[in-house]
Design a protein around this ligand. Structure first.
Ligand SMILES: [Zn+2]
Length: 73
């Protein structure tokens, strides 16, 4: 089994080869920052809201992670 990406790990959701969150986090170099960014957005949108948003966004879109940029990251 593949290890969950940092986004899925934080959201405690299943991660797959075609995970839509993983590519969104690729631009963040530090795994801890990836987790923090996901955590921030999960608080901002709610866990389900964030997952919906990511699924609705075009593949490999960074937009979701760029809009409400977590301060200090
Ligand atoms: Zn994932």
């Amino acid at each position: 089994m593949r290890m969950s990406c940092n986004g899925c790990r934080v959201l405690r959701k299943g991660c797959s080869a075609d995970c839509s969150i993983d590519p969104c986090l690729k631009w963040i170099k530090n795994p801890q920052s990836q987790a923090n960014a996901t955590l921030f957005l999960a608080k901002f949108y709610g866990r389900a809201g964030l997952i919906n948003l990511v699924n609705a966004a075009p593949p490999h879109s960074r937009t979701v992670w760029l809009l409400p940029r977590p301060l200090g990251h």
